[in-house]
Ligand binder design. Structure first.
Ligand SMILES: N[C@@H](CCC(=O)N[C@@H](CS)C(=O)NCC(=O)O)C(=O)O
Length: 378
């Protein structure tokens, strides 16, 4: 299986590295200086657990977000294909995409929602980095635009073009069968290969717009002093794709000088933080992670609240059994009790063999169906 490997940082689990991480924080942290083990809670007092696999580009995006936000965390490695019993059996999370991130008992699905959750639960006012820095020389932050770019440009437009240029003919049958189930249709290797020149051309068109955006000499896409979620959302895809045999010649510094420099600048920014171990992590087993997660209680339900007007439009009620399903592919429903609903987020309580969790999904790009009627509520 020759899927390009996402770069993997070293696992830092010594007390010393954690202490040096904490030294970067302000002194409001309540973590004792002599605590010898990584079982430190984060500054929010809750463990942060990332479910990932090394070759997942979207997991790399979240690892980069954790680095920028300087959040020590734990990682559970899951398989590249189903089944993933650490999620589906122990926690009852049947959502079939990676990454998934838990903060205590709150489990967040989808990297865009994970970004929003990390930002609100680990604010820069508490010594963390930010995914939503203001424009240079201003206090204005393009928060909504950044989220839209992440959800609709990089996730829905750019990433599929990169994925279409993978060398599918080299993947083994079990992987292809798994991804066919994910797509909801068989993978037509010859058909995809035949389309690769066209998708390569489309990638060039995206790169042209990135070049245009950077052509005034700005450092980052939205003229911020540090990379925002917009940069991280585009960077992980281009950085992944730039080594694909079929498209690597697109990354020509004579044609796209600003884009090639920007890619390197974001990588250097991340590597510098990684060297300082600001987001060190410990590898956990699925069982240990599930125990940690299910022994905590949900802390992010009130923030979401319950929007009765939205519920009326969707024909659902607080406490209903509902299913939440991605609207594009990977349409495996997560079924649970509706416990919070806003215009941005929906939360269902679900049960696995280890206990219950509050599972959060974005509203955009997801469909909520009432379990009682099984009718689409979007
Ligand atoms: N919109 C999702 C996309 C995640 C995604 O597509 N992840 C890929 C891996 S990079 C995936 O789940 N592939 C199928 C699988 O691993 O089962 C997000 O932002 O998290």
């Amino acid at each position: 299986m020759s899927w390009p490997r996402a770069s993997e940082a070293f696992c830092i689990s010594s007390g010393l590295s954690i202490r040096s991480t904490l030294n970067l924080y302000n002194d409001r942290t309540s973590i004792p200086p002599h605590c010898p083990h990584i079982d430190f809670p984060t500054m929010s007092g809750l463990p942060v657990v990332l479910y990932h696999y090394d070759a997942s580009p979207f997991a790399t995006k979240v690892k980069n977000m954790l680095t920028v936000k300087r959040i020590p965390h734990k990682r559970v490695a899951v398989g590249m294909t189903l089944p993933r019993p650490d999620l589906s059996e122990l926690l009852g999370v049947s959502y079939r995409r990676i990454p998934i991130l838990a903060i205590g008992n709150d489990v967040y699905c989808d990297s865009s929602l994970i970004a929003a959750a990390l930002e609100r639960r680990f604010p820069s006012s508490e010594g963390h980095g930010t995914l939503f820095p203001p424009r240079k020389g201003s206090d204005k932050v393009d928060t909504g635009l950044i989220k839209l770019l992440a959800m609709f440009w990089t996730d829905r437009a750019l990433f599929p073009l990169a994925a279409a240029n993978l060398p599918y003919e080299k993947f083994d049958k079990s992987f292809l069968d798994d991804r066919a189930a994910w797509m909801g249709a068989p993978i037509d290797i010859q058909g995809m290969k035949a389309k690769q020149p066209v998708t390569k051309s489309a990638i060039t068109s995206h790169m042209t717009l990135i070049e245009e955006q950077l052509s005034d000499g700005r450092e980052y896409l939205l003229d911020t002093a540090t990379p925002s979620l917009a940069d991280l959302s585009a960077h992980f895809i281009l950085d992944w794709m730039k080594v694909f045999r079929g498209v690597r010649d697109v990354f020509d510094s004579k044609v796209f000088p600003a884009t090639v420099n920007w890619l390197a600048r974001v990588s250097t920014y991340l590597k510098t933080l990684e060297k300082d171990s600001v987001a060190s992590f410990e590898v956990l087993s699925g069982k240990d992670a599930a125990k940690l997660i299910t022994s905590a209680s949900p802390k992010d339900i009130q923030h979401v609240g319950f929007d009765e007007a939205q519920a009326a439009l969707l024909k659902v009620h607080l406490g209903d059994i509902v299913s939440v399903i991605p609207s594009d592919n990977a349409k495996v429903p997560t079924i649970g009790k509706l416990i919070a609903l806003s215009k941005e987020e929906v939360v269902v309580q679900i049960h696995g063999s280890s206990g219950s969790v509050a599972c959060h999904f974005p509203r955009l790009n997801f469909v909520i169906q009432s379990g009682a009627t099984s009718k689409s509520a979007l």
